[in-house]
Ligand binder design. Structure first.
Ligand code: GDP
Ligand code: MG
Length: 380
């Protein structure tokens, strides 16, 4: 039995399930499965997130979501069964279409009525635009002001649960999720102090996971851009993509918006585009006589591998800075670490790619990402 249940409410399509997946990641243990209410237990945080069927649009009389929540919590109320209590509510609002129907707030009030004073956190999902975030927060503040007696609103938190790829050189990474966890743990009635360590571990693991999803998205774009049937294209071709990748990972680690971080990011991009890495991979692959693959496929593998290796190296560097083990201005260290990481990663992984290629026979574009993902990303 977990120490707290967090129930996730809001309209259909606002991103409740995506949010839960992003917060809990692969360590999630799904303990129930009905179509209306699903419980996910996090061992790490010792909390259960409860996913619900969405509130219906205006004027819908059935109130399925409200009924299901009330049903789910019945034992909690009548028998004092803590496993079915509500300790915190995440009320989700879509940041790209933040029409906050008064009906939805009223549904929320009904659904949680038995839980007097339960803390409510409003989560603005899909908060891709920072200017809209501010407008949305004001609007939500105002909408909830009318319900101040019925709803114990603690905080409004904008989040991005999944990276949003706008174009090949523009990715909006995850954000706000740690803030959400911090506030959630803070408003859970007791025991949150003792969990500080667990929360920190949780954050580090999640950041790694989020960084990996950025690397994966970038690697896919790189393979597509790189697939040209000429001797390996100019490294500059990948520069905008690498810059977006590095910047997004940096942002996950809170490294952004200063001269020092700009310099660091610029340095990493320069290292990536210097072409040394590309040559290493290319030579490694071409040196194997048994392989006879088309130039565009070869280039796609090389481009994907470069971007995967840069992403991996950057993640390690940003994590060390985030943990306070290294300083952002320690450029010597960054340079050395990036060189060794990329060298090691690539040397090791090229062998593995060669091995896969040798055993695979005909390789198509669709195999490229699968191979790179398997070699660079999955095994970590
Ligand atoms: N890129 C991106 N897509 C999101 C995010 N949150 C939700 N979505 C998308 O929005 C849609 C609805 O999300 P879902 O979690 O199923 O909503 P639910 O009905 O509230 O559970 C899905 O297509 C998600 O992929 C996000 O943070 N980033
Ligand atoms: Mg859902």
């Amino acid at each position: 039995m977990s120490s707290a249940n967090i129930i996730v409410l809001g309209a259909t399509g606002v991103g409740k399930t995506t949010l839960i997946n992003a917060v809990l990641g692969s360590e999630t243990l799904q303990t129930t499965r009905t179509s209306e209410v699903q419980e996910y237990y996090s061992e790490e945080l010792d909390i259960t997130l409860v996913d619900t069927v969405g509130f219906e649009p205006r004027n819908e009389k059935k109130q399925v979501a409200v009924k299901k929540v009330q049903e789910w919590t019945k034992d909690g109320i009548q028998k004092g069964d803590h496993a079915k209590s509500i300790d915190v509510v995440w009320f989700c609002v879509d940041g790209t279409a933040p029409r906050l129907f008064d009906e939805h707030i009223r549904s929320l009030t009904r659904a949680i009525r038995p839980w007097k004073n339960v803390p409510v956190i409003v989560v603005i999902t899909k908060s891709y635009s920072e200017t809209e975030q501010i407008r949305n927060m004001d609007m939500i503040d105002e909408a909830f002001a009318k319900h101040a007696k019925a709803i114990n609103l603690k905080r409004i938190i904008p989040v991005v649960a999944m990276p949003f790829v706008i174009s090949e050189d523009y990715i909006i990474p995850q954000s706000g999720l740690e803030h959400l966890i911090d506030w959630t743990m803070r408003v859970i009635p007791e025991g949150s102090e003792a969990k500080l360590k667990a929360i920190n571990n949780f954050k580090i693991k999640r950041k790694r996971m989020w960084a990996q999803s950025i690397v994966l998205a970038s690697t896919g774009s790189a393979a597509t851009i790189g697939a040209v049937p000429i001797p390996f294209p100019d490294g500059a071709l990948l520069a905008p993509l690498e810059a977006a990748e590095i910047r997004s990972i940096a942002k996950i680690y809170g490294i952004e918006g200063g001269t020092d971080s700009d310099n660091l990011i610029r340095m990493l991009v320069e290292m990536g585009t210097a072409g040394v890495v590309a040559k290493m991979i290319l030579n490694g692959l071409k040196a194997v006589p048994a392989i006879n693959i088309a130039a565009d496929i070869l280039n796609a593998i090389v481009a994907g591998s470069i971007v995967a290796a840069i992403g991996e190296g950057s993640q390690i560097i940003f994590e060390q800075i985030y943990l306070g083990n290294k300083s952002i201005t320690d450029t010597e260290w960054v340079k050395n670490l990036m060189e060794t990481t990329m060298g090691k990663t690539i040397a090791g992984n090229v062998d593995e790619i060669v091995h896969i290629l040798q055993n695979k026979g005909k390789i198509g574009m669709s195999d490229v990402l699968v191979i790179i993902k398997k070699v660079f990303i999955d095994k970590k």
